[in-house]
Design a protein around this ligand. Structure first.
Ligand code: CIR
Length: 253
């Protein structure tokens, strides 16, 4: 059975890190309800939820994806690129310890999980404002024994690699070509985002269904037209904090 680690929204989410967006007030009650609906959908798609309590001192703590990389054989606790987010890894390591052997990235490596796109045994890692080459070197050393290949991918104009590209079906990626070069993924069927929805490439594939933000209707229709089963969630308040759908869970079996 799939498991999904999530964490309740911090009441301080309005003080989150922002890189590419202007600060807008986040409606905390609405953010909590939207996050609850996202968790309900994960459960409906077969995930056993491991819900962690909020971390009021850590405004971005709902975005658990950035704190760890969970593979079948081990989990790697990241060293998030934003100083304000480093404390988030402590409770995540505790939550993962019963399920995986843990490895930790070490300084000067920085990595946000949002920069790691796992496609089978190929790991594509964004070189972004948050993740660096030293992290890629450490990932290579940790994962070579398990047969993983780690590919650096330059991203520009967005926060993370998975702001620019995510997997939406066994053979298909959803991608914004303005933020990442499609040629990194030459063997994949590519669906591009609608040109009026640049932030629309972040989709969460759970089994054979895609969890997708209501904020990007044109791209959502495009996914459906390509035969992809889409379940829409409204995460407007989390988008104001520069998050979306992959970032709010760590899913593993
Ligand atoms: C940050 O800037 O770190 C948060 N406000 C948003 C993180 C979103 N994470 C993700 O998409 N993986």
């Amino acid at each position: 059975m799939l498991k999904a680690i999530t964490r309740a929204v911090s009441p301080t989410i309005g003080e989150c890190e922002l890189t590419h967006l202007d600060r807008q007030p986040v409606d905390f009650d609405l953010a909590q309800r939207q996050h609850g609906a996202y968790e309900t959908l994960l459960a409906a798609l077969g995930c056993e939820l491991i819900g962690l309590p909020p971390e009021p001192a850590l405004p971005d703590a709902v975005f658990v994806e950035d704190t760890a990389l969970v593979l079948d054989e081990l989990a790697i606790i990241t060293r998030p690129g934003a100083m304000s987010r480093r404390g988030e890894t402590v409770s995540i390591a505790r939550a993962l310890a019963p399920y995986r052997r843990l490895h930790h990235l070490q300084a000067p490596a920085t990595l946000d999980g949002g920069d790691v796109l796992r496609l089978g045994r190929e790991l594509y890692v964004g070189l972004s404002g948050r993740s660096n080459l030293e992290a890629i070197e450490q990932l290579r050393r940790m994962l070579h024994p398990w047969g993983y290949t780690v590919h650096p991918v330059q991203v520009s104009g967005c926060l993370h690699l998975k702001s620019a590209v995510t997997q939406v079906a066994t053979d298909t990626l959803l991608l914004n070509p303005a933020w990442v070069e499609p040629q990194h993924f030459a063997n994949w069927r590519i669906i591009t985002v609608d040109r009026n929805e640049p932030a629309a490439a972040n989709a969460l594939l759970v089994s054979e269904t895609v969890i997708y933000p209501a904020s990007y209707p044109a791209t959502g229709r495009r996914l459906a037209e390509h035969g992809i089963e889409v379940r829409v969630v409204d995460v407007s308040e989390l988008i104001k904090a520069e998050g979306a759908v992959t970032c709010c869970s760590l899913i593993f079996s």
